[in-house]
Design a protein around this ligand. Structure first.
Ligand SMILES: NC(=O)c1ccc[n+]([C@@H]2O[C@H](COP(=O)([O-])OP(=O)(O)OC[C@H]3O[C@@H](n4cnc5c(N)ncnc54)[C@H](O)[C@@H]3O)[C@@H](O)[C@H]2O)c1
Length: 407
């Protein structure tokens, strides 16, 4: 047992929530999303038994980090993540630093007795992700990987329909995650285009999300073939040594086949994650540009007509129908707004943190609904296999290590 201490999560007097101090690494894009989500949890309709207290935030630039601390309401700011690890008031560290800053602080936090959320991709490759998973699991921390798309109500409904067998046996899963911010060759190099800091390009950044959804919805990938491409190798600020785009075919362990694609050079697509699943009895489709909707084709399901009567024969089989996923019985929405009041991308982080705080405070499991670090590691094995398949031009079989493997 490498853990130094364990956090007390005993319920407060008269059952009020107990506070858990949060230390946030990073105040960039995702640090802001996490901070807003933690704040929103204070005002949610139902709160977990642990109430987040925003203790400290960390960033590289002192003035920018101070400013972020003031804006988001953190008590302290620091330019050294070790300050957060040493702080006894912090019981949960959320790591929203660049990919290369995931391993060391996350492992150190768990060994210091803190629970951890780490953004995707968990590591820059499968070896690093495996090291993070195993070290944190051995330290006894509750761990969650930042695959927030699992917490979109429409995605959770899709998962439920598939798991309940509504689609029958799954034959196909196809998914794409497309962005356009690198279409312009004058877009400068950032850490996301530097292999040492990021691990890979579109593959780890966008591909990790679609791989996680593939695993979450259909099961483990067993083999892949793939191509990657870097269309612009030199940009202002330096050389690009990661992929701009990838395309892969997947064979799943349970027999389905599918395609996965990611790109940062797709004009018109600012942030489109979309997937379609086809089974022997029906299909469903999701597009995050219309995140409150799930498209379903379930011809055997009884359909109510305008006056409550069954739909005329043949009507049910035609095309997909749009289900507005905003009813309070839909996943997560009991804590949100009355039926019909749609939600946005940032709400997925509210649901993600609520799920994590329940796991820490009430002893519920992060998985299978949320992604834990084993999921983060397995996702990285698939991404590594895609990179290997592209490099070698050959199909790659995927094997997964257990907690006790030492390779
Ligand atoms: N779940 C999602 O949908 C999603 C979306 C965006 C980003 N992410 C992930 O979040 C992570 C961060 O991405 P981002 O877009 O917020 O990046 P960003 O560049 O906007 O922010 C990075 C932050 O890390 C801080 N930082 C960098 N080096 C540091 C150091 N040595 N010590 C302390 N702080 C340091 C910076 O000051 C900055 O605040 C990445 O792993 C990324 O993949 C996830």
């Amino acid at each position: 047992m490498e853990r130094e201490e364990s956090l007390s999560t005993a319920p407060g007097a008269r059952g009020e929530p107990v506070e858990i101090g949060v230390g946030m690494i990073g105040h960039g894009f995702i640090g802001r999303a996490h901070s807003i989500a933690l704040r929103k949890l204070e005002w949610a309709a139902t709160v977990p038994s642990l109430r987040p207290r925003l203790v400290a935030i960390c960033g590289r630039d002192g003035a920018a980090t101070e400013s972020a601390a003031r804006r988001f309401g953190y008590e302290r700011a620091s330019t050294d993540w070790r300050d957060l690890i040493a702080d006894p008031a912090i019981g949960l560290v959320s790591n929203g630093g660049p990919n290369g800053l995931h391993a060391e602080p996350t492992i150190a936090a768990a060994r210091a007795g803190k629970h951890v959320l780490c953004e995707k991709p968990l590591g820059r490759d499968a070896d690093e992700a495996y090291e993070i998973w195993t070290a944190v699991a051995r330290a006894g921390a509750v761990h969650m990987a930042g695959f927030n798309f699992r917490f979109f109500p429409a995605v959770a409904l899709a998962q439920r329909l598939i798991a309940d067998g509504a689609l029958g046996e799954i034959r196909h899963f196809r998914a794409r995650y497309l962005q356009s911010w690198l279409v312009d060759p004058a877009a400068p190099v950032t850490w996301r285009l530097d292999g040492a800091a990021a691990g890979s390009g579109a593959l780890g950044d966008l591909g990790s999300h679609v791989v996680d959804l593939a695993r979450h919805l259909v099961g483990e990938p067993a083999a892949v073939t793939a191509r990657t491409a870097t269309f612009v190798g030199e940009r202002p600020g330096g050389h690009v040594d990661v992929d701009d785009a990838f395309a892969a075919t997947v064979a799943f362990e349970q027999g389905a086949i599918g395609t996965l694609e990611g790109s940062r050079v797709a004009p018109g697509r600012k942030n489109q994650l979309a997937f379609e699943v086809n089974g022997t009895r029906g299909s469903l489709a999701f597009d995050q540009e219309r995140m409150n909707e799930l498209q379903v084709h379930l011809p055997e399901a009884p359909e109510a007509g305008e006056h409550g009567s069954a739909a005329p024969a043949g009507m049910a089989a035609a095309g997909f129908r749009r289900v507005l996923v905003s009813e309070q019985h839909h996943p997560f929405l009991a804590q949100s707004w009355p039926a019909g009041h749609t939600i946005g991308w940032e709400d997925s982080f509210v649901f993600e943190f609520e799920h994590l705080l329940r796991a820490i405070g009430d002893g519920t499991q992060v998985g299978p609904l949320g992604a834990d670090f084993e999921d983060g590691y397995r996702c990285a094995e698939v991404c590594d296999a895609i990179a290997r398949a592209a490099r070698t031009g050959t199909e790659q079989q995927i094997s997964y290590r257990d907690l006790d493997d030492h390779t």
